[in-house]
Design a protein around this ligand. Sequence first.
Ligand SMILES: *Cc1c(COP(=O)(O)O)cnc(C)c1O
Length: 353
Amino acid sequence: MHKDETVHHYQFASDNYAGICPEALEAMAAANTGFACSYGDDPWTARACTLLRDFFETDCEVFFVFNGTAANSLALASLCNSYHSIVCHETSHVETDECGAVEFFSNGTKVLLVPGDNGKVDLDAVEHTVRRRTDIHYPKPKALSIAQATEVGTLYSVDELKEVGARAKHLSLKLHVDGARFANAVAALGVPPKELTWKAGVDVLCFGGTKNGMAVGEAVIFFNRELATEFDYRCKQAGQLASKMRFLAAPWIGMLESGAWLTRAAHANDCAARLEAGLRQVNGVRIMFPRQANSVFAEIPPPILAGLRDRGWHFYTFIGSGGARFMCSWETSESDVDALLTAVREVAATVGP
Ligand SMILES: *Cc1c(COP(=O)(O)O)cnc(C)c1O
């Protein structure tokens, strides 16, 4: 196979393998009009904040940072003191994929893990973790962090979120949502963003722009405005205050004004649905979690996975034994999905049952 072809096609490893979608890129170019005030004191940043407030239908506090690790860890640090703890799912990005950034930026706040089916926290396990100790020797639980969509591509329904929010409140925990794929969640659930956030008791959301189609950038949205006190200093100290902020903000204008945040996310979800339907037809392949957003997790016999890799397909296999994750993005095409399915069928036929 031609090397460039491998790089250009055959990418199901992550939605961050995709390029920048036109709406985000054009908005960035449109902001390139000479001089503008720096550090967020510019009309694009103001406009993006206004659009995000309209989006959530509330007067939230908005900050822009470079990536999801910074968004999550700085948001969580703002909810806790160093002697507190954060409860989250054992597979959460915060725990497994952020290199201890939460603990670092919070000066040592401990992360406490809970299990739960399909990547969602078991609320009784959360309650047990909070209540099992009340003495001074245990790091005091102060925040609950969940992901929407979750690490395994599942979603909390509005009712499930309300239960999470109610339980968090009952346990005096602040509620953080890792929304690296929040747009995919909104597109899949088809409800107004407010239903998945402040109306369910979410205090702070990290709203992902990168995986939605931007080059870079996530928005940290505080629905509980008091928690945002001095968050700007936290961003600056962490090296997350962009001096040419307009270029971090402008893509949000492009995505929100055009509706691309939704159409692009819905397209990625549709591609995953197409892939799931096709994989279900292949003998020996088992879908591992309900496919609700833009990823498909499948248990596939190792010889088939090896055969796909030999043909240049990229995907991750970090969940369970023999499990593969296929992630779709705004840039995935239906023909990419069909080509992958053809390859799976061909490889499966050669390796036999
Ligand atoms: C991608 C991702 C992030 C952000 O990761 P960065 O590489 O730091 O931008 C956060 N949470 C989840 C669930 C993700 O998939």
